[in-house]
Write a protein that binds this ligand. Structure first.
Ligand SMILES: Cc1cc2nc3c(=O)[nH]c(=O)nc-3n(C[C@H](O)[C@H](O)[C@H](O)COP(=O)(O)O)c2cc1C
Length: 197
């Protein structure tokens, strides 16, 4: 069974992260989820779902109910003692979807001030898969330099940019294309979009 850390940060496009988790769980992957405060707020604004909780345990209950799965474990972004904070806790890698410019900067500069940044820092130091889906527009030189720095370290930079050759008919088709491309990047099979043939 593959296992991935999935972090949702406070960029627009929280639906990509939620759909990604849904599909990972369907593919029988174990998911260790964390999210920033801004992410919880944006999830509620953009999808109507309130996944937050007063405690880590309460949020985990809401998240497990949302995904109808116990294969998802949740850790608060302030919980620097969570297992995913340590290199000795083995996973197949980490996906930050969507990734805000703030978290991108924190990771690029090794800040490790919260669980998301620390878990990403661990993936970097252990040489594990790290994929970021940065969302901002337009991008300034700071954003681009941070992305280039990370790409040179082997981080997969996978912005949520749809293609149209598969002729999407709905927003779901567009989301699934992006999630499918992320699955391709991490080597998990899927049937989320029709491949160019
Ligand atoms: C509705 C809304 C949408 C936002 N969209 C983005 C975005 O697409 N990209 C981005 O970098 N920041 C965006 N922000 C700003 C981030 O939420 C903000 O920089 C925050 O500090 C990020 O913190 P985090 O990385 O810990 O989640 C948005 C904020 C709000 C309220």
């Amino acid at each position: 069974m593959k296992s991935f850390i999935v972090a949702i940060t406070g960029a627009s496009g929280s639906v990509y992260g939620l759909r990604l988790i849904e599909e990972l769980l369907k593919s029988k992957c174990r998911v260790y989820m964390t999210a920033s405060n801004e992410a919880f707020m944006i999830i509620k604004t953009e999808t109507g779902a309130d996944l937050s909780g007063k405690t880590e345990a309460e949020a985990e209950k809401n998240i497990q109910r949302h995904f109808s799965s116990k294969s998802i474990k949740y850790y608060s972004n302030t919980n620097l003692a969570a297992p995913i904070s340590s290199g000795s806790f083995i996973t197949d890698g980490m996906l930050v979807v969507p990734c805000s410019m703030k978290t991108l900067s924190g990771i690029a500069n090794g800040y490790a001030g919260n669980l998301i940044e620390r878990a990403a820092d661990v993936c970097l130091k252990e040489g594990r898969t790290l994929l970021l889906s940065p969302r901002e527009m337009p991008l300034n030189a700071i954003h681009l330099e941070n992305m280039l720095k990370l790409a040179r370290l082997g981080v997969k930079i996978a912005p949520p940019i749809p293609a149209f050759y598969q002729k999407p008919k709905s927003i779901k088709d567009i989301i699934d294309f992006v999630v499918g491309k992320i699955f391709d990047s991490i080597g998990v099979g899927h049937k989320l979009f029709k491949r160019w043939d």
